[in-house]
Design a binder for this molecule. Sequence first.
Ligand code: DC
Length: 228
Amino acid sequence: MVVIAVDGPVGAGKSTAARLLAKRMGYAYLDTGATYRAIGWKAHAEGTGLNELNEEDLASLCTRTRIEIALAHDSQRIVVDGKDVTAEIRTPEMSRMASAVAGFASVRSYLVRMQRQMGINLEGQYGGVVVEGRDIGTVVFPDAPVKFYMDADITERGRRRWEELKGKGLEVDLHEITRGIMKRDEYDKGRSVDPLRKAPDAIVIDTTGLALEEVVERMLKQIPQGTR
Ligand code: DC
């Protein structure tokens, strides 16, 4: 099974690099963060606040939520219960909701199963898939033949996320965004279920100061010929 796992913290440059890598290899691209965002979005749409989330309600919410991901080689659209929420799930508020729901075991076990199934289907369809997330190399696809763990220093990660949100027309403050990322890091790395950590066999890529092309070139060099 040709799965390339790409994990790492917010703003490490995972999404753009994973998308371009998938395109270069002719593989599908799967962004698993979007599934946590979808569940966070639905909880919010039902009027549940960040502090009201609980295991039991989220378990039932998962089973009555239809998440569809429409994929192409280098992009994906996400549809929840028939509504296209691709843009809506990207706001800072939805980032906080996604990080919060991702701390619940019931959500994780439900979504991990869904992500495995999606990955397997895509691998069959495209011959391979680049899967991006926080626990891909450790939990979702621990047998992936190639695993990357991407990171960058916090100042650069904050600036990248700030530019990305500004580019989407959102009014955002750089310091607030950086503080938000640090908080999410702490939460993603500190949660008891499937925390963000580097798989022992993952290749670390520090993207600080690197252009996108350079990052993807480094990744391609690490992928054994037989995998392509
Ligand atoms: O990659 P992202 O920012 O869209 O992810 C949103 C949240 O989902 C993030 O705070 C952590 C969580 N997440 C996770 O716990 N496991 C994954 N495989 C992907 C995302």
